[in-house]
Design a protein around this ligand. Structure first.
Ligand SMILES: NC(=O)c1ccc[n+]([C@@H]2O[C@H](COP(=O)([O-])OP(=O)(O)OC[C@H]3O[C@@H](n4cnc5c(N)ncnc54)[C@H](OP(=O)(O)O)[C@@H]3O)[C@@H](O)[C@H]2O)c1
Length: 268
C-alpha cells in the first residue's frame, strides 16, 4: 500500500534514538523529507546521513526559545513548512519511576510537564498556522500507557502524559475543517537502548540483553508480559506513526492509538 508520504515534510522530535529514530527511518523509506531532532548532535547527524535526511534540528524542546529555534531550523532544512509533526521527545527527566507521589517535588512535576506536555504544546503552536494556511497537517503526540493507567510510582511522568492526552483531544476538536488531524500514539513497554541502560544499572549486569531484561521485569512484577507474548520494539510504533502521518488518514483525529501488545486493560 502506498501511504502517499513521498515529498511530505516531517519533523519528529526525539528522533536521535528509539521510537523517534525508527519513525524517521520508516518515513524516509516511504519517501518523506525528514529532519532528525534531539539534543545529541553527533547521533542525530549520523542518523541523518544514513537515511538521507534533509538535516538536523538540535536542542532541548522543553524551553520556549529552543522550540522556536528547532522549528526554524527544521523548516529551513525541509524547504517548507512542517506538514507532519510528531511530538515524541520525552521520557522522565527526573528518574522518579520508583518514587511514590508523596515524595516527588513540585519542581519535578513541573520538569516533567515541560518535557512531556509543554514541548508538544510549543511546537503545535508554532506549526499550526502554516498547516492551516496550507490546509494540511498531521500531528502525532507520543504518550505512554501510564498516561492512561498510572502506576503508583512516577506520577510526575504519568501525570504529564495524561495532560498530553487531554490536550490532544481538545486540539483535535478545535481544528475544524482545516485538514489537520491530531492523534495520540501510546506505547507500552518498548525495548530501547535507554531502557537497557537502566536495566543494566538496576541489575548490575553490563551485558544484559533485552530478553533477560524483560524476564527480570516480569519476575519482579514490574509488569505482566502483554498478551502478544513479547515486549514492543520501536518499529511497532513507527509503523502506526507512518499510518497516522499519511494523507490517507484524514478521517482519524482526536484518537488514541495504543500500541502496547494488549498491555493496557482498557476500552481504548
Ligand atoms: N520506551 C518505552 O518503553 C516508552 C514507553 C512509553 C512511552 N514512551 C515515550 O516514547 C517517547 C520516545 O522515547 P523512547 O523510548 O524512544 O526513548 P529514547 O530512546 O530515550 O529516545 C528519546 C528521544 O527523545 C529525545 N529527547 C528527550 N528529551 C528531550 C528534550 N527535552 N528535547 C529534545 N529531545 C529530547 C532524545 O534525544 P537525545 O538523546 O539526543 O537527547 C531521544 O532522541 C517518549 O516520549 C517516551 O516518554 C516510551
Amino acid at each position: 500500500m502506498d501511504l502517499n508520504l513521498a515529498g511530505r515534510r516531517a519533523l519528529v522530535t526525539g528522533s536521535s534514538s528509539g521510537i523517534g529514530e525508527a519513525t524517521v527511518r520508516m518515513l524516509a523509506e516511504e519517501g518523506a523529507i525528514v529532519v532528525v531532532q534531539g539534543r545529541n548532535r553527533e547521533r542525530a547527524e549520523k542518523i541523518a546521513e544514513e537515511i538521507g535526511a534533509a538535516g538536523v534540528a538540535i536542542g532541548d524542546v522543553s524551553s520556549d526559545e529552543v522550540a522556536d529555534s528547532v522549528c526554524a531550523e527544521a523548516t529551513a532544512a525541509l524547504g517548507g513548512n512542517i506538514e507532519i509533526l510528531m511530538n515524541n521527545a520525552g521520557g522522565s527527566p527526573t528518574g522518579n519511576s520508583s518514587v511514590p507521589p508523596a515524595e516527588i517535588s513540585a519542581a519535578d512535576f513541573a520538569r516533567n510537564y515541560h518535557t512531556n506536555a509543554l514541548a508538544a504544546v510549543r511546537l503545535c503552536k508554532l506549526c499550526i498556522p502554516d498547516m492551516v494556511a496550507n490546509k494540511f497537517g498531521r500531528i502525532i503526540n507520543v504518550s505512554s500507557a501510564v498516561g492512561m493507567q498510572p502506576n503508583n510510582m512516577g506520577a510526575d511522568y504519568s501525570g504529564a502524559k495524561a495532560a498530553l492526552n487531554n490536550y490532544t483531544v481538545s486540539l483535535a476538536g478545535s481544528l475544524k475543517g482545516v485538514g489537520i488531524t491530531v492523534n495520540t500514539l501510546t506505547p507500552g513497554i518498548v525495548m530501547v537502548e535507554g531502557l537497557l541502560r537502566y536495566g543494566s544499572k538496576r541489575y548490575d549486569k553490563p551485558d544484559l540483553t533485552f530478553d533477560e531484561l524483560s524476564e527480570r521485569f516480569v519476575d519482579e512484577g514490574i509488569f505482566d508480559m502483554p498478551p502478544v507474548g513479547r515486549l514492543g520494539v520501536p518499529q511497532d510504533l513507527a509503523m502506526v506513526a507512518c499510518m497516522l502521518a499519511s494523507p490517507l488518514s484524514g478521517y482519524i483525529t482526536g484518537a488514541n492509538y495504543r500500541v502496547d501488545g494488549g498491555q493496557t486493560r482498557g476500552l481504548n
